[in-house]
Design a binder for this molecule. Sequence first.
Ligand code: ATP
Length: 319
Amino acid sequence: MLHALTDEHSEGVENDLEWDVVEVPADGNVAQSDGQERDGKETVAKEARPRRSAARRRPVPETSPARTVLEVRDLYVSYGPVRAVDGVTLEIREGEIFGLLGPNGAGKTTTLSAIEGLLKPDAGSVLIEGIDLQKDPPAAKAQMGVQLQSTGFHPDLTVVEIVRLYAGLHGVDLPKSKALDSLAELGLAQEGSRRVNQLSGGQKQRLSLLIATLHEPTVVLLDEPTGGLDPQARRQLWERIEQMRKGGRSILLTTHSMEEAQAVCDRVAIMDHGKILTVDSPAGLIKKHRSDPRVRAVAHGRVTLDDVFIGLTGADIRE
Ligand code: ATP
């Protein structure tokens, strides 16, 4: 079961992140559970979500819309005859974790690569903090933190040397003691003198997160950050992502995991065939699409985010 963590599923999983069990009622409004039944409200699902401290709540009044920090408009990207991204428009707000969900080949990685400036789009624009990526790539890229694949790190360098090397590439002067402090904050205090290939998958991913944020970017872009990790490492990484947000970052991540989308994302876009099909909070997506006949056809009882995803993107396996 990937769409929601029930009490049963979260039992026995140790994690220093504070987790709230929240009920997602049929009306889509999420309230913190006090363990009591809610009169007159049909509960759709229980989810475990990282508890968000008062410190991370947006410093803007409830009535003010959050500021947009990343704006993607009418993005088109093709590989020869294959149109991988077909008119994507997205806005990432200050201090939010935004998830891009989609089946294999939906266009998630290509969208991210175009936002990162690694691929030139056929059309469309990417603005980060109002800076146009096409007009001023260095200034726009300076606002982005991109998670690199650990396989690209030099195998002969130690972890602390790699951190300092990338800090230097970003123009950040990071003395060894500070680099070690940063590693310690990510639970990598003992790993500084080791080589990257001696790290576990979760440790490598945390190292990549650190490297992506050394220059204090506005937006951090993560392509399947927890892919291939075991449940403990995955939760640890979710905690780090939540901490990045507390540190003032906005995060755009791609994922195949409904569990991840529900656990960490404020808003989720479901994407397929290069297009965004729908965008909302996880609970909002359930509320919005629970009466859709395609969703009803695949739901077994309570409608879950998984049902919405399968209902909108189809049950066929993608290669
Ligand atoms: P996955 O979840 O499997 O990583 P995705 O949603 O990230 O998929 P993309 O990797 O962006 O999807 O691929 C979108 C489409 O573009 C697919 O049809 C894919 O086959 C195609 N594609 C991706 N990279 C290339 C490439 N380098 N050359 C040609 N076609 C490509």
